[in-house]
Design a protein around this ligand. Structure first.
Ligand code: HEM
Length: 178
């Protein structure tokens, strides 16, 4: 939907999905990095929970893109030049790209490790035989992309805080829950 100057906030579904996904992504990152600190017998359960929540991120991302397109987008506060808009679009594009790439490489890691996805009532076994070397390489790519995602999210948050508290242009109103 086209930008409109009458709208000052994103729609409630977009705001809800923004904060929910931020929480899920930070939790997935923390759990992903701490898998080895769990006792060995509990690790498959932790990795399964990580995979289920990670897949939920992918599904919510699709809903978010649909909600973003279907509802009005608030304009930026006045005084923001084309360079800022371009930088913001590039940053947001990178965030979307990484939010797709990290879970997809996670799925590949999970499948090539020969794991079975346990959804409680439904078990989905990997169609591939376990390949430890390949799974390990995919896991390393998954980790690098996850670090990049978190660095981009932190950068995005710092820019928003700079606008809000140093420039004082009220940019965070756009994504503030009511
Ligand atoms: C935004 C979503 C995700 C984030 C931020 C994330 C983050 C991470 C991180 C930081 C690690 C640790 C990597 C390392 O240190 O080697 C990890 C491991 C892993 N992730 Fe994800 N992940 C996400 C989604 C997924 C999804 C969707 C799946 C599978 C369906 C998945 C499967 C795995 C697997 C199998 C491991 C290896 C665990 C192990 O064997 O130690 N991840 N993830």
């Amino acid at each position: 939907m086209k930008q409109t100057t009458e709208t000052r906030k994103f729609s409630p579904p977009v705001i809800l999905l923004h904060w929910l996904m931020a929480l899920m992504i930070f939790s997935l990152y923390a759990v992903g990095l701490s898998v080895d600190s769990f006792a060995k017998p509990t690790r498959p359960m932790i990795i399964n929970a990580h995979a289920v929540v990670g897949l939920a991120v992918l599904i919510l991302l699709v809903l978010r893109i649909v909600a973003r397109k279907a509802t009005a987008t608030p304009d930026y506060p006045g005084g923001m030049g084309p360079m800022f808009r371009l930088a913001a679009a590039a940053g947001h594009g990178l965030l979307y790209l990484l939010m797709i790439a990290v879970p997809l490489v996670g799925v590949a890691t999970f499948l090539r490790a020969g794991r079975t996805l346990d959804l409680g009532l439904l078990q989905i076994p990997s169609p591939f035989a376990a390949n430890r070397d390949l799974a390990h390489q995919l896991q390393e790519i998954h980790a690098v992309l996850a670090h990049l995602l978190i660095a981009t999210v932190v950068g995005h948050a710092l820019v928003a805080l700079y606008h809000q508290f140093i420039l004082g242009d009220g940019i965070m109103e756009r994504m503030r829950p009511r």
